[in-house]
Design a protein around this ligand. Structure first.
Ligand SMILES: O=C(O)[C@H]1NCC[C@@H]1O
Length: 357
């Protein structure tokens, strides 16, 4: 392609403004203006509209040169659920996810600081409609400052335990599948010949992506609310903490989440922690109210997670059976890193973005 050929249909006066945050090291690009307004009545319709009609905007903000392989974004939309303070559609290197805990932690603070809700001490409640459903964030607020956030997601539940899949280069591997607003496969690192203390992040990402593909081709997922929620988002490689508390019950359990197109979460993964809480409760590793610490194997950042109460879920199980899930509480901290104003020049041949990894 000749340098200088116009390749996209972005308006010449396009200006997109964002606020940048991170939660436990995982970036969040909050899109504030300049992005197309998604059409549709429900949040899932809006997500589908963005997928089919405005995906070049996702690539513009997530891909290089404005983003990078592991960039994550949030577009605020008007909610369609009564009682929700805001709606949000998440985006990443491959498309649009259904739930994102690290983003909820950041957006909770953001909503309080930008007065999208009325700030109340000592904690402000913010109801965020995510594609998976309503998620309630409780944001610490005192002396004019927002702080840590705990959130309650949609019910988390185990979809299937001990499923055997054939992973190229590894062989037969037994995984669990659990839902925390998004479906993940969970597997202890040891079963993959990895060690979260010594293996490189790129080798974990490589093998985890192969696990994701193997599970996708072996297991058909379904979700009682919508087929749009029924897909495997990624694989979370653990230190084995879903099976036992380990020698020191209070020590954090470490994981690395590899989602979308081999994207690596820098945080412990809020939706993954919700799903791990359901898994550990199901395996009787934790009891109701027991707080566990979850550590990112990439940055060492930590979230806490606990199961608050049981919930019965009709038709959510592997063979369409009813399951008992839990409402999980996850907590963590987010920080601001800056603000951006993005523009596109008419003769920029790379305006539609690229990924170098
Ligand atoms: O914290 C989370 O739930 C998210 N972080 C990136 C991948 C997940 O969507």
């Amino acid at each position: 392609m000749a340098e200088g050929t116009r390749t996209t249909s972005f308006p010449s006066d396009l200006t997109i403004r964002t606020t940048e945050m991170h939660t436990g090291g995982e970036p969040l690009r909050i899109i504030e203006s300049g992005y197309p307004e998604p059409r549709g009545t429900t949040i899932l319709e809006k997500r589908n509209w963005l997928k089919t009609c405005a995906d070049e905007y996702r690539k513009l903000l997530m891909f290089e040169p404005r983003g990078h392989y592991d960039m994550y974004g949030a577009l605020m939309v008007s909610p369609d659920l009564p009682g929700a303070d805001l709606g949000v559609i998440f985006m990443h290197n491959e498309g649009y996810s259904t739930m994102c805990g690290h983003a909820v932690i950041a957006l909770g603070r953001y909503a309080v600081d930008r007065r999208l809700v009325q700030a109340v001490s000592p904690e402000t409640r913010v109801v965020i409609q995510c594609p998976c459903g309503p998620v309630t964030a409780h944001v610490q607020y005192s002396q004019g400052r927002s702080g840590g956030v705990r959130f309650h997601s949609v019910p988390s539940y185990v979809f299937a335990l001990d499923i055997s899949v054939k992973v190229p280069g590894v062989g037969e591997v037994v995984v669990d599948i659990s839902y925390g607003g998004a479906f993940y496969a969970f597997v202890p690192a040891q079963r993959l010949g990895l060690d979260l203390n010594t293996s490189s992040t790129s080798s974990v990402a490589d093998v985890a992506q192969r696990v994701t593909e193997a599970v996708k081709s072996t297991v058909k997922l379904h979700h009682p609310d919508s087929p749009d929620l029924a897909f495997l988002y990624g694989t979370i490689v653990t230190d084995g903490g879903d099976h036992s508390l380990g020698d020191n019950g209070d020590a954090p359990t470490t994981n690395i989440c590899v989602f979308a197109d081999k994207q690596v979460d820098r945080s412990p993964t809020g939706s993954g922690v919700s799903a791990r809480v359901a898994l550990q409760y199901n395996r009787r590793v934790i009891s109701l109210g027991q707080i566990r610490h979850f550590r990112s194997g990439v940055t060492g950042s930590q979230f806490t997670g606990s199961a608050l109460r049981e919930v019965k879920l009709k038709g959510a199980g592997f063979r369409g059976g009813d399951v008992v899930g839990v409402v999980a509480e996850v907590s963590g901290r987010a920080h601001y890193t800056g603000m951006n104003t993005f523009t596109v020049e008419a003769d920029d041949a790379l305006a539609s973005g690229f990924l170098a990894k």
